[in-house]
Design a binder for this molecule. Structure first.
Ligand code: NAD
Length: 445
């Protein structure tokens, strides 16, 4: 099929490359010239495991191209909308201006759809009600454009695998039966490989499909804040939240995943999605339904202050002039994404409190140097930890999880290790002469 993907960020670029991998002819459109130049040359503009290979293969095959020229999307049979929907500055709601612009681009440049309707598939995460508004706009456009909402569930760090082998596919279809059938047929053709592999398919109306995405993210955020609340109780009582999580996780109604207590969630999705969901509930007059999400957000943000307080306590009460080595700055491992990263937020707070910071990250070092020239980002972990009064693991990169405690013991000024992700073995580190501080592992501050 001929496909266009509008918006080539973490979601769109991977989607475009994976669609080419499935055999489709794909053009990716973005307004960011630097990003497009790299993608068109087959070079990944961000760190995502496995992406370089599919991108290169797609570009070399001639089935995958990237452009800033909107006219290039004209002959696509499906246009995927994958632009950003970030949080509005100073407000909870989502900034929908990029989606609005993408819709205008499609109306202006898509073929009229005289033979058969042209499908537009929304992948961006949007406030419930958006799809109907876009569909109405298409109806008044003079072109035969049919909209489906097809939310995306990929996880950064696993984006290629999640796109090629999703655990489910959701189609949000228009109420009009003929249009709905037309949309379903085109999507089935696009995702034929996955449907043949018996990937579960959920077909619903627009609002359900839009809600599925934010409901899933709200549930995940709630699970993390729940275990972080338990971490506070463990700290107050001498309990160990990792044992607690293990024990409750054996109950298959609860499950072990997303029960890692630590410095909380971040990234370009969870925080802004739960906030936009609350804002939308308010507009719909049902804000009471989601007041629990306010608490989820508050618990989450409190983790960051907790980590700063813990560091302060560990180095003797004041961070001023204390050397802190921060290991990991991205919001999770296997990405270079710094959007709403708890690690970066904590580092910024430590810095503001006068700490002498040295930060290392396996993927985001250059990006951090560019964005925050005020922060010190040495090339090596050894440089970062030299003379440190405390070492903090804030992102659970494999390199840090596997770190040998004896290998850096003699470099630091004081052997204090703060495990912001509860990924280290406290005994191993204690046996190597370190003072170990976890999150909710029985250390009250
Ligand atoms: P991103 O910021 O990495 O990418 C968005 C891209 O859209 C940018 O490259 C930007 O230049 C481009 N863009 C903006 N306006 C444009 C326009 N008018 N025409 C063409 N391109 C335009 O964001 P992302 O992480 O890829 O997220 C995109 C959407 O997908 C969001 O709604 C997000 O919530 C959702 N989502 C993201 C993920 C994820 O893991 N990143 C997962 C599921 C859903």
């Amino acid at each position: 099929m001929r496909i266009s993907v509008i918006g080539c960020g973490y979601l769109g670029a991977v989607h475009a490359a994976c669609m080419a991998e499935l055999g489709h002819d794909v053009v990716g459109l973005d307004v960011d010239e630097d990003k497009i130049a790299k993608l068109a040359a087959g070079v990944a503009p961000f760190h995502e495991p496995g992406f370089d290979a599919v991108l290169k293969r797609g570009v070399e095959s001639g089935r995958l191209g990237f452009t800033t020229d909107p006219a290039a999307i004209a002959d696509a049979e499906i246009h995927f909308i994958a632009v950003g929907t970030p949080q509005l500055s100073g407000r909870l709601g989502a900034d929908m201006s990029y989606v609005a612009q993408a819709v205008r681009t499609i109306i202006e440049h898509a073929e009229p759809g005289t033979e058969r309707p042209v499908l537009v598939a929304g992948k961006s995460t949007v406030p419930v009600g958006t799809a109907q508004l876009i569909s109405d706009e298409f109806d008044g456009s003079g072109k035969n454009l049919v909209l489906a909402w097809n939310p995306e569930f990929l996880r950064e760090g696993y984006a290629v695998k999640d796109t090629l082998h999703p655990d489910r596919i959701v189609y949000g279809l228009p109420d009009d039966v003929a249009k709905g059938e037309a949309a379903r047929e085109v999507l089935n053709q696009c995702y034929a490989t996955m449907l043949e592999a018996e990937t579960p398919l959920v077909v619903a109306n627009y609002p359900t499909a839009e809600l599925v995405k934010v409901a899933a993210n709200s549930f995940l955020a709630t699970k993390i804040s729940f275990i972080n609340a338990m971490a506070d109780l463990c700290d107050a009582t001498g309990g160990d939240v990792t044992r607690l999580a293990e024990a409750i996780g054996y109950d298959d109604r609860i499950g072990p995943k997303f029960l890692q207590a630590g410095i909380g969630f971040g990234g370009g999705c969870l925080p802004k999605d739960i906030r936009a969901f609350m804002a939308r509930a308010g507009e719909l007059g049902v804000d009471e339904a989601l007041t629990f999400l306010r608490e989820v957000d508050t618990i989450n943000l409190r983790r960051r202050d907790h980590a700063v307080r813990l560091a302060e306590e560990v180095v003797g009460g004041s961070l001023s002039g204390k050397k802190i080595a921060v290991l990991g700055i991205t919001f999770k491992p296997d990405t270079d994404d710094l959007r709403d990263s708890p690690a970066l937020d904590i580092a910024s707070k430590l810095w503001a409190a006068g700490a002498d910071l040295a930060i290392v990250d396996p993927a985001a070092g250059d990006k951090l140097r560019e964005r925050r020239p005020d922060l010190r980002v040495p090339e090596t972990l050894e440089e970062a930890v030299t003379d440190a009064d405390a070492v903090m693991i804030l992102t659970q990169w494999r390199d840090f999880v596997d770190l040998d405690p004896t290998s850096i013991r003699d470099l630091v000024a004081a052997p204090n290790i703060i495990d912001g992700r509860n990924v280290l073995d406290p005994k191993r580190w204690s046996d190597a002469g370190w003072n170990y501080y976890g999150m909710g592992r029985g250390v009250s501050i």
